[in-house]
Design a protein. Structure first.
Length: 300
């Protein structure tokens, strides 16, 4: 089969279009003929060798796949051949075929196309569990979402509202991106390229600060987000896009009972029941029109 792989770290030029052996499903796995694969920030971070965990070489990226089941393992009971499915996998999605554990496979209604299906699992599950599982969002709380016009950010704005947030503050780097965040339901729009963005966050909360902050930039952005945090507030860290190392004194959290929490989706994926229930909830939101998906581009 054909696949896209890299054998060294670097820019897009390290991606190779190659022939590899077609995978064989194990007892509890299914083989999916891949119609669409999601393209995410995590894929580019792996390609550059900057992912949160080491990426062994050679590597076939792709964690989201949608397509048709063509073969099932000997002990598979939940899925039949011919089923239209979507799945979140560890890697291998940039290929003609990919294997997935049957417990990670969600069957798709005929009304859901493969493009929409592949746009949801990685960013949708991340946003869901950052807000709900790790962030413990409560009704009427104020949520700060950085990079709000990105794939995860646009979903997080909508989910925060669905989970009962009282106010969503969105930051982005341009007028156009902020307009997109507003169209997703953000209440307050702030340009984080301005030096005083943290002061604007505090102004928007009458000086109280935010209850929950979603942070993936690292460096100064993390430090200033901490300054925007209310008593009992939580920051969920899910990346370091700036690649800037930073330090903070955790004893400073004590005075206002604040928390800094780490999030890594593969840990959630180890809990099959949690993964399955949250995936079903997300697709229910999408099917009902409560959750809009934004696809930045489609590539052959």
């Amino acid at each position: 089969m054909k696949a896209i792989q890299f054998s060294r770290y670097g820019g897009p030029e390290v991606l190779e279009y190659i022939d590899v052996e077609k995978p064989k499903p194990a007892d509890h796995e299914v083989l999916i003929s891949v119609h669409t694969a999601g393209v995410n920030y995590a894929d580019t971070a792996r390609r550059r060798g900057q992912y949160v965990v080491p990426t062994s070489l050679p590597f076939i990226p792709g964690a989201e796949v949608a397509g048709i089941v063509t073969e099932i393992g000997a002990k598979v009971t939940r899925v039949q051949t011919g089923a239209r499915v979507v799945s979140l996998i560890e890697s291998g999605g940039y290929a003609d075929y990919a294997v997935a554990n049957e417990d990670t496979v969600i069957e798709l209604p005929n009304s859901t196309d493969f493009y929409q299906a592949a746009a949801l699992p990685l960013q949708g599950l991340s946003a869901y569990h950052i807000l709900k599982t790790m962030g413990r969002i409560q009704r009427d709380e104020t949520v700060l979402i950085h990079a709000a016009a990105g794939g995860l950010g646009t979903i997080a704005i909508q989910l925060a509202k669905l989970f009962g947030a009282g106010k969503v503050i969105a930051t982005a780097s341009s007028f156009e991106k902020l307009q997109l965040a507003e169209s997703m339901g953000a209440d307050v729009l702030i340009d984080y390229t301005k030096a005083d963005w943290d002061k604007k966050v505090l102004e928007a909360t009458n000086g109280l600060g935010v209850d929950l902050g979603l942070e993936m930039a690292g460096g100064d952005t993390f430090i200033h987000t901490l300054k925007c945090l209310a008593p009992m507030g939580r920051i969920v860290v899910y990346g370091n896009a700036s690649s800037v190392p930073y330090q903070f004194d955790p004893t400073k959290l004590m005075r206002r009972n604040q928390s800094v929490i780490g999030f890594f989706l593969p840990q959630i994926m180890k809990n099959q029941e949690l993964l399955k229930s949250s995936m079903n909830e997300l697709y229910t939101y999408a099917a009902s029109g409560k959750l809009k998906l934004t696809i930045g581009g489609v590539y052959s």
